[in-house]
Design a protein. Structure first.
Length: 193
């Protein structure tokens, strides 16, 4: 069983890389962006199926643990877990699971509302002990965040493009309601362009 792999990124494909470790090239599926011709160290998760053996690589142990948590959910295989991790930042994903935000999780390719809700139900308690800092996750802030995201989405902004900024605004201004947060968010968006 391969636990860790260090080598040169020889080739990058769609969702995978070829890592040269000595004279052997390993095909490793990864959500990480790896620069060709760079030397990398990846934590490896080996998944053996009846018809294949696949290596999944992660730059951090916490990313590997998140992958394992996602694949422990019935109906979420390695391909779906990689799609989720490739399209949603780890902190954003953890926040979405902790707050029950199925809409954010369902923005990943191949993930519908039912699968997103299943991920939340099965992982919310498992993730409770994780040491991630999301600021104040009280009910009022979750409500303000949901209202702000809803308002910005109704103006045509994509959730994945605005969620980090919205979380930051709500955590920095916990006493503000959506009427005060929306103009601040629009200003942040216009400054970011």
């Amino acid at each position: 069983m391969i636990g860790k792999l260090q080598g040169l990124v020889d080739y990058t494909g769609d969702g995978f890389v070829i890592i040269m470790a000595g004279p052997v090239g390993y095909k490793v599926y990864t959500p990480e962006y790896l620069t060709p011709k760079s030397t990398v160290t990846l934590w490896i998760e080996t998944i053996v199926r009846e018809d294949s053996i696949r290596l999944f690589g992660f730059c951090t142990l916490s990313a590997q643990n998140l992958f394992n948590q996602l694949t422990s959910v019935s109906g979420v295989g390695p391909k779906v877990a990689l799609a989720i991790m490739s399209s949603i930042k780890t902190d954003t994903l953890m926040q979405a699971i902790a707050t029950g935000d199925a809409k954010t999780i369902s923005t990943a390719p191949g993930v519908g509302k039912k699968v997103a809700e299943k991920i939340i139900v099965e992982l919310k308690n498992k993730m409770g002990g994780a040491t991630f800092n999301f600021g104040d996750t009280s009910g009022d802030n979750n409500s303000a965040l949901a209202d702000l995201l809803s308002a910005l989405e109704s103006l045509g902004y994509r959730r994945l493009d605005i969620i980090d900024m919205a979380q930051n605004l709500v955590s920095k201004n916990p006493d503000f309601d959506v009427a005060k947060l929306v103009p601040m968010a629009l200003k942040e968006i216009s400054n970011g362009k």
